[in-house]
Design a protein around this ligand. Structure first.
Ligand code: NAD
Length: 252
């Protein structure tokens, strides 16, 4: 049974691998045997070291995902280094906070571009490669609690992450016939740069903590199991589903 989770020889592209949840998922995939191409605007040194410590290869691809411009290069650099691709983890994402009455067009576009538009076009490019390879493949998108809830002061983030769940279902419907699994992970409240402002607001931090049944905020390591599962043969019949890794937040 454990062989179903084995990723030995597989090649994963992980966006936003320089820190936080992307770094955690890159490490977990490597520990299950996958080589990793880490995409980010900044250095992926720490993730690279963790992948190599796990005994697989790491390729750093510097790219700004605020436009679709680097999409072709991300795939070509991956293929040049590893000769194939099997897994895409669309993890890169940003958040902007402002009242909806004052929310700027820039804060709308910046977030939608990274969190949804580039996610779609990178998925499209990689899925075409899966079809060309004839191998099928795995796409894992990153949703959020704000894919389910409205949130507050996060108009573009809530819209983008609600879109991620819908797009995950649509792509699953269209690509299941090629042996491509498209699913998502919805992290709960995790300790990363993304939630720094939230955690620095002591009252808000305690309020959130008090609502998490598990009694603690999540960590990048908490996503490892779901990421490996959705990247592996163990999830071959799972299409278009979003797994919440949230310490019970949604059950509350
Ligand atoms: P983070 O800010 O620590 O990391 C974000 C990553 O995305 C970084 O590697 C960054 O370089 C990359 N990135 C952002 N904009 C980019 C761009 N234009 N081009 C290339 N790379 C870019 O945040 P995180 O918490 O690790 O977030 C990872 C994902 O998880 C995001 O999609 C986020 O929305 C989602 N998420 C996080 C939480 C949480 O509590 N931390 C909860 C739900 C969802």
């Amino acid at each position: 049974m454990l062989d179903l989770f084995d990723l030995t020889g597989k090649v994963a592209i992980v966006t936003g691998a320089s820190t936080g949840l992307g770094e955690g998922m890159a490490k977990a995939l490597a520990q299950a045997g996958a080589n990793v191409a880490g995409v980010a605007r900044t250095s992926c040194e720490s993730a690279g070291k963790k992948v190599e410590d796990a005994g697989t290869r790491f390729l750093e691809i510097r790219a700004d995902l605020s436009s679709t411009e680097p999409v072709e290069r991300i795939l070509s650099e991956t293929l040049k280094a590893f000769g194939r691709v099997d897994i895409l983890v669309n993890n890169a994402g940003i958040i902007r906070r402002a009242d909806a009455l004052e929310f700027s067009e820039k804060d709308w576009d910046d977030v939608m571009n990274v969190n949804l538009k580039t996610l779609f076009f990178l998925s499209q490019r990689v899925a075409n490669e899966f079809v060309r390879q004839g191998t099928g493949g795995k796409i894992i998108n990153t949703a959020s609690m704000l894919s389910y809830q409205g949130g507050i002061r996060t108009a573009s983030y809530t819209s983008s992450k609600s879109g991620v769940i819908g797009l995950t279902r649509l792509l699953a419907n269209e690509w299941a016939k090629y042996g491509i699994n498209v699913n998502a992970i919805a992290p709960g409240y995790m300790v990363t740069n993304n939630t720094k402002a939230l955690r620095e607001d002591k009252a808000r931090y305690e309020e959130i903590l008090g609502r998490i049944p598990a009694g603690r905020w999540g960590t990048p390591e908490d996503l490892g199991g779901a990421a490996v599962f959705l990247a592996s043969r163990a999830s071959d019949y799972i299409h278009g589903f979003t797994i919440a890794v949230d310490g019970g937040w949604l059950a509350r």
